[in-house]
Write a new protein. Structure first.
Length: 240
């Protein structure tokens, strides 16, 4: 019998935010055992028309239904989010543009100031060189994000994949963190399947930016920024 322990995942540097064991096993097999029969069988199944039809049916009922608060019956509305995730090693702590960590990540609060020793320390801990996406890689990431939105019934307002980061504006009926995780994990899987990154390369930096867009004017401003006017600094949603 094929068996994996928790230690197999922990010692191999598996993603910590995977919230489904089946996804964790699939990720492990593709990274660590790409040429085995069980891995090839899994890939054939995932590529089959029958599997995708079944998953589409499942996702329609799981992701397209309004979640209810038990005993109350309050329905969550779909909310707009601005999702940003950055390539591995391209914006380190201490960067002159300012950076964030667990203690510096609240809206409208100060970032970590420029700090060369901090930045150099982070750079020395990189497991491989920073990732820069070429045209084919960018197209693969964009397709993967669209696939997530199609399967999970998210509304993708816009997407722009750049050489060192990706922006999207999405309408979804869940918290933004699962949306971000799905975008990154699907993109990673498709990049590896296409042979565009190594099986042990990490294409993305940890976490990302998940900004709520409460007003339609904020949605419009975010879409304009994503498609037409990106820079190092995000605009303020409070600006008129």
């Amino acid at each position: 019998m094929f068996e994996l322990s928790r230690n197999d995942f922990a010692k191999r540097g598996m993603r910590k935010r995977i919230n489904h064991r089946l996804v964790a096993v699939a990720d492990y097999l593709e990274r660590e055992m790409p040429n085995t029969k069980i891995t090839k069988s899994m890939q054939d199944l995932m590529a089959s028309k029958e599997w995708n039809s079944t998953i589409g049916y499942r996702n329609q009922w799981v992701h397209n239904q309004p979640p209810l608060i038990q005993g109350v019956g309050i329905v969550y509305e779909r909310r707009n989010r601005w999702i940003v995730f950055r390539c591995y090693g391209t914006w380190l702590h201490g960067d002159h543009r300012g950076s964030m960590d667990r203690d510096h990540n609240l809206y409208r609060t100060a970032r970590i100031a420029s700090n060369s020793p901090f930045e150099n320390s982070d750079r020395q801990q990189l497991k491989h060189p920073p990732i820069s996406l070429n045209a084919r890689q960018r197209a693969t990431v964009k397709k993967a994000v669209r696939t997530v939105c199609e399967h999970r019934r998210y509304v993708l307002r816009c997407i722009n994949v750049r050489t060192n980061h990706a922006h999207s504006v999405v309408t979804a009926m869940c918290k933004p963190e699962p949306v971000l995780d799905a975008f990154k994990s699907y993109s990673t899987r498709e990049l590896r399947r296409a042979g565009l990154i190594g099986m042990n390369q990490k294409p993305w930096a940890r976490h990302g930016s998940t900004i709520y867009l409460w007003k339609e004017k904020d949605v419009a401003k975010a879409i304009e920024y994503v498609m037409l006017s990106q820079g190092d600094d995000l605009f303020s949603l409070d600006d008129d």
